[in-house]
Design a protein around this ligand. Structure first.
Ligand code: IDC
Length: 333
């Protein structure tokens, strides 16, 4: 080999090694979870050994990140995966309530983004999928803070385009008479912002009437791939009539994701309706619908998974859980 050729070869080798190192650097920082995609009405694995199989995501949602930030910690996420068998966690970031992303000051916004970032990292390390939830509620229509949402999701997609575990939920619960047409217009703008950076991430779109009107979405779904639609239920309030709506939407080919549910009433209080709860769980399991329960907190309300007397923020034992917490964990195991 001539000296010149030798030099060329060493340069090539150095380049390959360099690329190899940076490549593994990226993968070790990003999640090692298989990518997800939507196929028909189902969420399936798009890579890895389970490629093509339905991904039955199941997990829990935080309460509002501004109010219960202490539950976003590595030990919490890892212990829920090990002890409760969850594979997904949802980060509920309120937009309009006290210290919401759009109503608090810029320091608050920064703190929320940091919590989201920590949450994504802890989830990746624990081996969990993570939903970044733009938690509209009292703002009613997603159009109220549309420009903020577009900017937020553009930023998130740029940051997490290589994180295979991130799912975007772009509007928790449209309400106050907001039509599907309005939600659809909003969704098209936010989805296009996300797709600037990430062509593949799964995006979940809320539906009118607190994410119940999946039938309206089924009549005129969005264009594009890897889009799912939220169905929320509280078994104390929502029964067979809502399952019928969901069934009809599935029949029309609409992919559903239950990004929030509990078995008390819709206020987050009242008693547990276990009879209706069981019917819902068998509906979800039969149709392989991914589900996430409300909420990981110790607030004194029925929908909390942790007892209000419990100060632990990870590694909970059965006696730390509320009746709802115990019921849910038994369902997921
Ligand atoms: C509730 C919380 C409660 C809080 C209230 C207003 O449990 O502590 O005071 O929000 O911020 C939803 C919403 C979810 C609600 C939950 C229970 O997405 O934010 O949380 N719920 O009311 N939809 C149906 C029920």
């Amino acid at each position: 080999m001539s000296k010149r050729k030798g030099l060329l070869w060493s340069a090539c080798l150095a380049l390959v090694l360099l690329l190899g190192f940076t490549g593994s650097g990226i993968t070790s920082r990003a999640a090692k979870l298989p990518r997800l995609k939507v196929s028909g009405t189902k969420l399936v694995y798009a890579s890895g050994s389970k490629k093509g199989k339905t991904a039955q995501l199941k997990g829990v949602s935080t309460h509002g990140l501004s109010w219960f930030p202490e539950y976003v910690n590595q030990k919490a996420f890892s212990s829920m995966k090990k002890d409760w068998k969850i594979n997904t966690v949802r980060l509920a970031m309120y937009t309009a309530e006290y210290n919401g992303y759009c109503t608090g000051d810029s320091a608050n916004r920064k703190a929320l983004e940091k919590l989201v970032d920590n949450g994504v990292r802890y989830a990746a390390k624990a081996g969990l999928y993570v939903i970044i939830d733009w938690h509209i509620l009292s703002d009613g229509s997603p159009e109220t803070y549309q420009s903020q949402a577009v900017a937020f999701f553009r930023k998130m997609a740029k940051k997490y385009k290589n994180n295979t575990n991130v799912i975007y939920e772009i509007c928790n619960e449209p309400n106050g008479g907001t039509s599907w047409n309005t939600v659809r217009g909003y969704a098209a703008k936010v989805i296009s912002a996300i797709r600037t950076y990430d062509k593949n991430a799964v995006i979940v779109v809320g539906t009118p009437t607190w994410s119940q009107d999946v039938d309206a979405a089924a009549r005129n779904p969005l264009k594009g791939k890897n889009i799912m639609y939220s169905l929320h239920f509280y078994a104390g309030t929502h029964g067979q009539w809502l399952r019928d709506k969901a069934q009809a939407a599935l029949q029309e080919g609409l992919p559903l994701f239950v990004t929030e549910f509990a078995i008390c009433d819709a206020s987050g209080n009242g008693s547990l309706n276990k009879t209706e709860g069981k019917k819902w769980m068998s509906f979800l399991k039969k149709n392989k619908i991914p589900y996430v329960a409300w909420s990981l907190s110790n607030k004194a309300e029925t929908a909390s998974l942790i007892k209000s007397s419990c100060r632990r923020t990870s590694d909970w034992s059965a006696s730390d859980l509320t009746a709802w917490g115990k019921w849910l964990v038994a369902q997921m195991k």
